[in-house]
Design a protein around this ligand. Structure first.
Ligand SMILES: Nc1ncnc2c1ncn2[C@@H]1O[C@H](COP(=O)(O)OP(=O)(O)O)[C@@H](O)[C@H]1O
Ligand SMILES: [Mg+2]
Length: 306
């Protein structure tokens, strides 16, 4: 889907990362649309967002550059947590808080990430920064505009990563909004605090997508009973399958919580005005889910994304 190169910006003598879209994907894209979307993401300036430095098209292939973030990805950090142990709560909350602040800022500007996952969270010293902002949407939108519209079979390789995909994203809803990021943040939070993904044991894209659509994760307070109940409830709400029918206040308006270095502070009182319907899902959601599951059973899914 894309290749990453570590390069040196010779004028300034600094390392930069160049992200180059795969040529076969580039062929399907409307370059104009892609450039337009990248411009929107490039306007994001926030301490927890990896900025876009430059973007362009070389030989028909779109690319953009960003600073090289020294450190490791959150995925790398998770791999270093010894088995049978979990990330300390304070560390997890610090990371989650940084990611939430990045999302809140972007949501306020109408940008959704659509691919929140540990690989897109980079840890540099004691700060977490989010990368690939809006790239999934840029690719997906440009693909649709270029005639290569995403179908359910392409979901895994276009609009998100199955392990972190909100139910509405998994069911192919074309009108995704910030709530998809709230859900993915909830998956991330659960994974960091419980020590395993809410649907651990599901591995194929199809299994994961189905689980997001219809399965309840094991209760977080059982996985980690020592967590503050408010925090457990908040994360559980983020993982709600159904979206409120009424147009409730957008999550981002409540996301501006201060950094939470440890559990003693009030929990991340944000996001959840919207994603708070829990189980059982509403009839309309259930019928959409059934339709999506039927479509999925007719098609194979790909793997993942930007
Ligand atoms: N700006 C960056 N600085 C340092 N490492 C990065 C940067 N952007 C991405 N990475 C690392 O490169 C890896 C590959 O990134 P990417 O091509 O976006 O695929 P994915 O996010 O699906 O893993 C990421 O998992 C991350 O660890
Ligand atoms: Mg990435």
């Amino acid at each position: 889907m894309a290749r990453l190169f570590l390069a040196e910006e010779t004028a300034l003598g600094r390392p930069v990362v160049v992200k180059v879209l795969a040529p076969d994907l580039a062929q399907e894209l409307s370059l104009e649309r892609f450039t337009r979307e990248i411009r929107v993401s490039a306007r994001l300036q926030h301490p927890n967002i990896v900025p876009i430095l430059t973007a362009g098209v070389a030989g028909g292939v779109p690319y953009y550059t960003m600073p090289y973030v020294e450190g490791e990805s959150l995925r790398g950090r998770l791999k270093r947590v010894p088995s049978k142990e979990r990330m300390p709560v304070g560390e997890a909350l610090g990371i989650l808080s940084d990611v939430a602040r990045a999302l809140a800022y972007a949501h306020e500007r109408g940008v959704i990430h659509r691919d929140v996952k540990p690989e897109n969270v980079l840890l540099s010293r004691d700060t977490a920064v989010v990368t690939d902002f809006g790239i999934a949407k840029a690719i997906d939108g440009a693909r649709a505009a270029g005639g290569g519209g995403a179908t359910l079979t392409q979901l895994g390789s276009t609009v998100g990563t199955p392990a972190y995909m909100a139910p509405e994203q998994a069911s192919g809803d074309p009108a995704l909004d910030q709530r998809a990021d709230v859900y993915a943040w909830g998956v991330l939070a659960y994974e960091l605090l419980a020590g395993e993904h809410p649907f651990a044991g599901k591995h194929s894209p199809r299994e994961l997508i189905t689980a997001h659509l219809v399965e309840a994760p094991p209760p977080l307070d059982q996985a980690r009973p020592s967590l503050a109940p408010g925090l457990t409830m908040l994360i559980t709400r983020c993982l709600a399958k159904d979206l409120p029918n009424a147009q409730a206040a957008l999550a981002s308006s409540s996301i501006r919580s201060p950094r939470l270095p440890h559990q003693a502070r009030p929990p991340l009182n944000m996001f959840v005005q919207r994603r708070n319907h829990g189980f059982p899902p509403s009839p309309s959601f259930r019928s959409r889910t059934r339709a999506a599951t039927r479509r999925m059973s007719r098609s194979a899914t790909g793997s993942r994304t930007s």
